[in-house]
Design a protein around this ligand. Structure first.
Ligand code: AMO
Length: 444
């Protein structure tokens, strides 16, 4: 007999969140056996479903079904039973087991304990080596559910602001961001590069769609093993045309962040509770100019400045503290970074060309975003490239955008793992990457 393929999935099984609606009824649930706790005369069989961990109770009193040795942790099961109120916790429901059908069995026992609330005392490296298994731990998987919410919030908000979603190539003839952290690739005998960002493409698409965004992987050949750099990360980028100033970009980002936090609160409450996350309140985000920030660091915090072109991580920490103390804000925009340290596409400030119309967003004292206004005038862009010793001929296709006309525009890049890391209070960005790539790691 032909299966019906009308796109409708038969809902034979329920999730824990459906339990109250099914109270005192028999239902079918599918999931993985997360844990079995043998008690005297009965057993708890904890089932891990897509998003929940559900307590089921086995007892010979409930039916003629008898649990045997085939029912072990790691089995995929179809479990039938009656939904009742939890005997000990009035606000919870559990299932009285009537039958367990084993759909598949593991070949081996779990190599590490993943069925406790958290992965106790497991070093990060071992956790990452064992990702296919460790991600099954409820707290571990909650991290990436929340990460889903962040990326989803970014997309949903930008859709609501008439942005078009784009997908740009990751194998490119030129790097966009400059610097040494670019991966080179042999492409049929020709040298090409892995995308450090979608910068060129998002700019090229401004005269096409006016407002564009992309959430996608980018690559940085970070030669050092640091707690905040990955070699592949997910960049949430947008670019928008017809801006009056780069403050329009900062406003759009503030809106996106507010939307993201509200979405997390609304749809990700179980994961936030599991990870004990303190969502930041976002009001008006304070803004400070780069050189004023340097002055605050020296005058207020008595730190000697050695580099006036960029911030050291410790200086960003200080600024994070300052924003919290002065404005009660977890976020701080720093604007007008020195031109010397910004890429060639950044627009210099006409009032003082040593600085750019650009910004970083610090979240709890760490940079999570870079953005700003770009050069839209062809002659100006070519001149800035030449001044930096670049050959405009190498960027012919990018420069077509400028040559044939583009509006004043700007945008930003927000690191998904960075924001996740600081939202969840992790010390290492790898904890916020499902399958991280760093100088020593390309598996799993
Ligand atoms: P930038 O190079 O500053 O700017 O990167 C933007 C944001 O990406 C994140 N990030 C990283 N995250 C993890 N590992 C890394 N190695 C890493 N490097 C950067 C940070 C950072 O703030 N094209 C510009 C953006 C723009 O102006 O639109 C760019 O890529 O969160």
């Amino acid at each position: 007999m032909m299966e019906k393929m009308d796109g409708e999935i038969e809902k034979t099984c329920v999730e824990y969140r459906d339990f109250p609606a099914y109270a005192d009824r028999e239902v079918v649930m599918k999931g993985m056996i997360h844990r079995i706790r043998e008690m005297t005369g009965f057993a708890f069989v904890i089932i891990r479903t897509a998003r929940d961990v559900v307590q089921c109770v086995y007892s010979p009193d409930f039916s003629d079904y008898r649990m045997d040795e085939k029912v072990v942790e790691g089995c995929a099961v179809k479990i039938t039973g009656k939904i009742v109120k939890d005997q000990t916790r009035e606000d919870r429901y559990e299932m009285q087991i009537h039958d367990i059908e084993v759909l598949s069995s593991p070949a081996e026992q779990m190599p590490i304990v993943i069925n406790k609330k958290q992965l106790d005392n497991i070093p990060l490296d071992l956790n990452l080596n064992m990702r296919p298994v460790t991600l099954r731990n409820p707290k571990e998987r909650a991290v990436f559910k929340i990460q889903e919410g962040i990326a989803r919030g970014f997309r949903e908000f930008l859709f609501s602001q008439n942005f078009t979603e784009i997908r740009t190539p990751k194998i490119n003839a030129q790097g966009a961001e400059g610097g040494a952290n670019i991966f080179r690739l042999d492409y049929f005998g020709k040298q090409v590069f892995l995308a450090q960002s979608p910068q060129f493409y998002k700019q090229m698409l401004v005269p096409v769609y006016e407002r564009v965004f992309e959430v996608g992987p980018v690559f940085r050949a970070e030669h050092h093993d640091t707690s905040r750099h990955l070699n592949e990360y997910v960049s949430m980028d947008f670019e928008m045309g017809f801006i009056d100033s780069f403050y329009d970009i900062m406003n759009m980002e503030t809106g996106a962040l507010k939307y993201i936090m509200a979405l997390l609160k609304k749809d990700y409450a179980p994961e936030l509770a599991l990870l004990n996350v303190d969502l930041p309140a976002i009001g008006e985000i304070p803004v400070v100019k780069f050189m004023d920030a340097k002055e605050i660091i020296t005058k207020k915090y008595k730190k000697k400045i050695t580099d006036y072109r960029d911030f050291e991580p410790e200086e960003e920490q200080i600024l994070g503290k300052w924003a919290k103390q002065e404005y009660g804000s977890d976020f701080l925009f720093v604007t007008h970074y020195p031109s010397e340290k910004r890429p060639f596409y950044a627009m210099d400030d006409p009032a003082d060309p040593a600085y750019t119309l650009s910004f970083d967003l610090l979240f709890r004292g760490i940079e999570i975003t870079t953005g700003g206004q770009r050069i839209h005038d062809y002659g100006e862009q070519v001149a800035k490239m030449r001044a930096r010793g670049m050959d405009p001929a190498d960027f012919e296709s990018y420069l077509m955008a400028h040559k044939y006309g583009m509006p004043p525009h700007g945008g930003l890049g927000l690191g998904l793992e960075r924001i996740t890391m600081h939202l969840l209070g992790f010390k290492n960005v790898r904890s916020a990457s499902m399958f991280p790539r760093d100088i020593n790691r390309v598996t799993p």
